[in-house]
Ligand binder design. Structure first.
Ligand code: F0G
Length: 457
């Protein structure tokens, strides 16, 4: 059969609140044109994030009922630890309430002020946690990774020439770790190849620098390797994932993505001494090392999720549904980051709305139009999120790209939901020349995209 179906049936349904275009115009104005300020009930299709928004399976809910809520040494912890060790292969596992808690603990242990941390592309919480330690976060994705229209099977790869040059310039002693984000979220959900992982690992080993993965979407990355990299078609995703992790010294993980859970995360390492330091910090803010800020039922749901996410019929459906959205809007001429990534489609708002300058936030304008058109919530990843102020001139330096991300929650929406999203994007695309830019009327000094207020320019 050529048709790829959702490999599940639906047992519990959650009604969507319908709204009219007139109602949405009022709601959006009241939210000051910031989609983070909307009440979720006023959203028809919520593509704000794929993080923590997935549907759990009947097996995960059953596991949640088995949750052991003992403070120390619970059976849930034992199942969680065994599952993480089996899938990831690292020696020590430290549970956290989500990914950024793992990041904070890792960088608190490894980074000193003045240090430099290279990554293919840091996610914003990763960057913020490194900068909070007084260290510098440097993005070294390959040049194709920064060109939305460029086609490359592994656009998330790290530029290894640039990595070697950075080590030479800064000195290995000032680089406490090298990171690879798999898949590369900020640059389009693009995968990293095994060849690139191997090469980065060998550079890291040569200079005695530990290599860590930001492993949020590891299963999607492993499946891309199976589909696209020579020599992997016959291997299982489980084997590929283990091979990926065998090249690393540890990882941070948000179980809200490829853990198929609504909350949770963890930190892994093979270094016993470091694990002990990390556990000491964990106790300070997250909790005892056998629960790390999670309930026993969360640990059990993650333990099952990490197994289910490796099912290849699930991964085939997952990548197919993201690709379906990307291909249908590309066919109508909508410019997107090519090729479609694992968890999201990124519309290139700069290319779609060339009449709106970056200073008038084309991505924000487009995200607002998608809401007005059909009640779809997306997120701007452009100059609202990443624009910087020039310290000398006070002028705003635009972001490298002006993107709008449509992130697909796991196992939540069906193909007709995606057809509805396609229709809405095409309708907005057809009236793109009439779309006006935005101006910021109020903003916070950092991470302004969450709370900024806008009006039409
Ligand atoms: N690393 C990556 C690559 C991520 O995408 C995220 C979260 C994190 C780390 C942090 O994990 O949210 O559990 O603390 N990404 C979400 C998103 C929020 O919408 O892309 P967290």
């Amino acid at each position: 059969m050529k048709t790829i179906i959702e490999p599940f049936r639906i047992k519990t349904v959650e009604p969507i609140c319908m709204t009219t275009a007139e109602e949405r115009a009022v709601i959006l104005k009241e939210a000051h044109y910031n989609l983070f300020a909307l009440s979720a009930e006023d959203v028809l299709i919520d593509l704000l994030t794929d993080s923590g928004t997935g549907a759990m399976s009947s097996e995960q809910w059953a596991a949640a009922m088995r949750g052991d809520e003992s403070y120390a040494g619970s059976a849930s912890w034992e199942r969680f630890e065994a599952s993480v060790k089996t899938v990831f292969g690292f020696g020590y596992v430290i549970p956290t309430h989500q990914g950024r808690a793992a990041e904070r603990i890792l960088f608190a242990c490894l980074c000193q002020p003045g240090d430099v941390v290279p990554n293919n592309t840091h996610f914003d919480t990763t960057r913020a946690n490194i900068e909070y330690r007084g260290a510098e976060a440097v993005d070294l994705v390959i040049p194709e990774g920064k060109q939305p229209e460029a086609i490359h099977p592994f656009k998330g790869n790290m530029d290894t020439g640039a990595l070697k040059a950075l080590i030479k310039e800064k000195g290995a002693e000032n680089i406490p770790l090298i990171m690879l984000t798999i898949t590369n979220n900020s640059m389009g959900g693009q995968p990293v190849s095994m060849a690139n992982i191997r090469e980065v690992a060998s550079i890291a080993r040569k200079h005695d620098i530990p290599l860590y993965f930001d492993a949020c979407r590891f299963a999607e990355n492993a499946y891309f390797i199976k589909l696209r990299e020579e020599g992997y078609a016959g291997k299982s995703v489980r084997e590929i994932a283990l091979e990926m992790f065998s090249h690393a010294d540890g990882c941070t993980m948000s179980a809200k993505k490829d853990g198929l859970a609504n909350i949770g995360g963890f930190l892994c390492t093979n270094d016993e001494l470091l694990a002990q330091q990390e556990k000491n910090l964990l106790i300070l803010t997250e909790g005892f090392p056998t629960y790390g800020g999670l309930a026993g039922r969360d640990l059990d749901a993650i333990a099952v999720g990490l197994e289910e996410v490796l099912h290849e019929d699930y991964l085939e459906y997952r990548l197919a549904s993201t690709r379906y959205l990307g291909e249908h809007i590309t066919r109508e001429g909508v410019p997107i980051v090519q090729p479609p990534g694992g968890h999201a489609i990124y519309i290139d708002a700069r290319a779609m709305l060339p009449h709106i300058p970056p200073a008038q936030y084309p991505g924000q304008a487009l995200a607002c139009e998608l809401y007005l058109e059909a009640g779809i919530r997306s997120v701007e990843i452009g100059s609202v999120m990443f624009g910087k102020t020039d310290p000398e001139t006070g002028e705003e330096i635009p972001a490298e790209m002006e993107l709008v991300r449509l992130a697909i929650p796991r196992r939540v929406y069906t193909q007709s939901h995606v057809d509805y999203v396609v229709e809405a994007i095409i309708a907005v695309f057809e009236r793109r020349n009439d779309i006006r830019g935005m101006r910021i009327t109020q903003q916070a000094p950092y991470l302004r995209h969450f709370t900024a207020r806008f009006e039409r320019a």
